[in-house]
Design a protein. Structure first.
Length: 293
């Protein structure tokens, strides 16, 4: 399933896509999908039809904090021109999609450094022609930048990366389960040094990261070189950016993907560096409704 920023979905069987080498450029998706002006693919969700049960759902999240859970069976008959997967307001867009089994926890993260974790069953199943419900509360000017699904007993880390190249790993066990629609917990301190959060994703120490900058650089670094720190910190430098350059995207490469060599330049404090700006005591969010530290 291929989802667009406007809330549409396309379905393709893997064998319908051209086979190429790992280092080949591939072909533009516009050659296979009837995309509209300004529309782009933001998420691809692979699954095996034989493994699908009634408990499997597609969870969608928008930048304005809305979340929806829809039975996978509603995506069985998709015409070649695509299908509406979720109703999107004019000032909103789809930013993340996950395939769940009814037993997952959802973690949503915002550009201002907040994250919220809640049981996916707090979101009742809805049809495709629905907008969804509030998943995360947002302060003025804030938007959701990432959403992921994690098992309740997971021991993974949540990696958060800011636009100026700073970030960190934090154990998901530090994010207690809350009710949906709250402001959540501080996940990283957003400061002038760090800039806004551009991405947040679940990682293991054996993974690698691929980071893309506004200057067109693609930098690869190992996750195990990034410090594991508490929530209420600024983090450390993960990559170096040039003046006027910022991080625009980050993706996870699981163990075994790509070359064993790590390309690009990682920051000098990415491996075992000290947390900059770590504080003790309560978070600044204390005292605000649903903004626990």
């Amino acid at each position: 399933l291929m989802f667009t920023n406007t809330g549409r979905v396309f379905r393709k069987r893997v064998f319908e896509l051209p086979l190429g080498r790992r280092d080949s450029a591939g072909k533009a998706l516009v050659n296979f999908l009837e995309l509209r002006d300004g529309e782009k693919i933001i998420e691809m969700v692979p699954f095996r039809q034989a493994d699908v049960t009634d408990q499997h759902h597609i969870v969608t999240t928008t930048k304005n904090g809305y979340i929806k859970r829809t039975a996978l069976s509603e995506y069985e008959n998709i015409r070649t021109t695509g299908l509406n997967a979720v109703v999107i307001d004019d000032d909103d867009e789809l930013i993340a999609v996950r395939f769940t089994d009814g037993k997952q926890h959802i973690i949503m993260s915002s550009g201002d450094g907040m994250s919220i974790r809640f049981d996916e069953n707090e979101v009742r199943p809805m049809g495709r022609q629905a907008r969804g419900v509030r998943g995360m509360g947002l302060r003025d000017g804030d938007t959701v930048v990432a959403m992921d699904a994690v098992s309740p007993d997971a021991q993974e880390d949540l990696l958060t990366l800011c636009e100026n190249g700073y970030g960190k790993r934090t154990s998901v066990t530090e994010y207690r389960t809350q009710s949906r629609a709250g402001l959540g917990l501080i996940t990283i301190k957003v400061t002038e040094r760090n800039g806004k959060v551009v991405g947040s994703l679940l990682v293991r120490s054996t993974d690698q990261l691929m980071v893309v900058t506004s200057g067109g650089k693609v930098i690869r670094t190992r996750v195990d070189e990034i410090s594991v720190l508490g929530r209420n910190t600024q983090g450390v430098r993960i990559i170096r950016t040039d003046e006027g350059e910022r991080v625009v995207a980050v993706a996870r490469l699981v163990e075994g993907e790509g070359d064993s060599e790590v390309e690009g330049e990682a920051g000098p404090t990415a491996a075992g560096g000290e947390a900059i700006g770590e504080t003790e005591g309560n978070d600044p969010g204390d005292g605000e409704p649903n903004a626990d530290a």
